[in-house]
Design a protein. Sequence first.
Length: 397
Amino acid sequence: MLASSSRLMGPNMKSEKMNRDSESSERRRLLQEHWTEQLYKEYKSLCFQFGLSLQQPLLQVVDLPGRWGLWDPVVRSITISFSLIQNYSWDIVIEILKHEVAHQVVSELYGMDEAHGSFFRLACQRMALPSWAARSEVDLGHPITPWTACPLNSQEEKLLKKAEKLFALATSSNEFEAHLAMRKAQELYAKHQLSRILQKRKIGLVSLVMPIKRKRIERYESMIGSILVQYFSVKLVYIPLYDARDFCEYQAIEIMGTPENVLLAEYIYQFLWNKIHQLWEEYRQKGRMEGRSRRSYLLGILSGFSEKLREGQSEIKARSANLSVQEDKSRRQLVTQQDRRLKNFMNQRYPRLVDKSWRQSLWDRDAYDAGIQEGHKLTITQVISKQAGNRGRRLTS
């Protein structure tokens, strides 16, 4: 008869195992403590953002078999699964917390006793939950699948493939060909957006959070965001986002719009961020520039690139001048309606959003002018399809 495993262990082995178990237990306790403290902050923020007059419940992070979260109206507690925080990014955790707060709203504000009925859907709408987080399956331990993990429809996929081919043409050594390819990519998206609007098809709006793992947003990053909003039919918000591993908040970017526009904007943000830093290194090494000229040069590149996009946009509008007066009027009205719909979507997700402006101060005018020249030559030169692994990718610092 074999001896039990405990008898096979010597005294030293038992001691080492106990120490490991003790360290593991202590680390888990610290994680629960930090995460629970942050959940209380998020709860207060949600109540403020959405104007919810709720009494704060008990919040806890524990193992929750078969569930990602749980609202208990008797004990008045919201429980979040330990494995949820362990395996998913914090923006996902917030949406699950909102799901459970929506249950609390049904119980304590609407005075109803229901699981996922009409009043729950009303609470989810009030708190701007995305469709994946408002489903009843979120409570059943199903794998969480935000929209970035779902396939695009055939039209969205076709659009991205066409744009991919045009961006590939932009790698041409012939500056005229590269410039033309960029303009055609712009025109493709403009036509697609206009086609959707004129046909009055319902456009589903989504959001994507990109953690950037930095404490502050630089002015050139704000300018990248302005370019996306102005030329790529998206809205963009900078938000603080907790990192469950580092126990602190970093800045993050949330992009809102139609799925294909959000994916394109995410890609362009990452491309521009990486490209302007690459160009700065080349410029610095050639001219032995000081580090304080860096901001001026980066802002110059983005200003030049923005001017290039503006010129392309003007050409596209000029080529669509063959529309009749009535058609053009209808088009402008529908475009305005779509813009208003996207703005309403953003305001629903962030009802107390404060718009901050910034001034473009320069250290080095020469570096800024050199950047503008480089920005006029800048083209987007990489592929953006899901095969390239872009979908749902996070920005790295």
